[in-house]
Ligand binder design. Sequence first.
Ligand code: KG4
Ligand code: ZN
Length: 342
Amino acid sequence: MQPILAIESSCDETAAAVMAPDGTVLAEAVLSQGDHARFGGVVPEIAARAHLAHLPGMVAAVMAEAGIGFDGLAAVAASSGPGLIGGLIVGSGFAKGVAMARGIPFLGINHLEAHALTARLTHKVGFPYLLLLLSGGHCQCVAVEGLGRYRRLGGTIDDAVGEAFDKTAKLLGLGWPGGPALEALAMGGDAARFTLPRPLLGRSGCDFSFSGLKTAVAQVVAGYPAGPLPGQDATDIAAGFQAAVAAVLADRARHAMAMLPEAGALVVAGGVAANGAIRAALQAVADKAGVAFVAPPLRLCGDNAVMVAWAALERLRAGVSDRLDQAPRPRWPLDGVEMRVG
Ligand code: KG4
Ligand code: ZN
């Protein structure tokens, strides 16, 4: 089989990758659109236009780096949901165009499935395993039971965990995206100085809730005069918030493992999986349960096209591809993915 091309454009990362049939990455590129920072969040219309501007050049660059032309491709894949519809249309439309022009299979990949399967590329994890998907738009715990077989065990009842980081960072006067900035600020802080809630801790199941925690931080911040917070106080609040999130996630992971005792691994994915304190807390839970803890390398935790290529490859191996009239979907739960053979 020849290599495949994959595209990711569901949010604010424009990404393309070329992957060999054995999973070797022949070339990849990710562009994190900086244009949204001054708005304090992703602006869908700006994101879609930026994908449109960057994608053709980026695809040409990864194809050149991989040393192949479009006639050297076995298939082409794109994230086709869930996500921002403008970006999804750009990426999937591009991929369909290539598929149609070359007469090769098209795969419209579920973005969450791509995150879910990444650990099989990087760590050869076998089914079944547990996935904690922790990003800016998604926060859920999934039983990954086989290719195309995903069971949602729990999810957030309000904010996604990355969203909570972003909103809390904003309260602390940090820029967007807030997660990495908050983690840096929290370094060396006293996490016990401010008493912050740990929502749903100890509650059965593995749902998540973060809005109360963010509100508690807002109340602490409101106790200060207007203007920047004193440096040490900001550091301690950030450390307290991060510790609360890590404790809640560890507790939820513990419950999830009890819900799927046959799981061979606890896998994290999504941008928040970059957080060191959260990784350490989850690692400790997994160690205690005697389950492998798997965190893909940072560049594969956030949005990227390598994960889309890998999901496509797994599907192609199973004889699955999609029709060119498959519509991109802003909402597409993981347990709604189809396996269309032929
Ligand atoms: O998966 P991702 O790149 O994009 C989607 O949301 O789909 O995740 C981005 C999120 C943002 O909310 C960002 O603040 C958060 O991941 N994030 C972090 C860290 N790095 C990124 N949150 C906490 N600590 C980090 N080091
Ligand atoms: Zn994502």
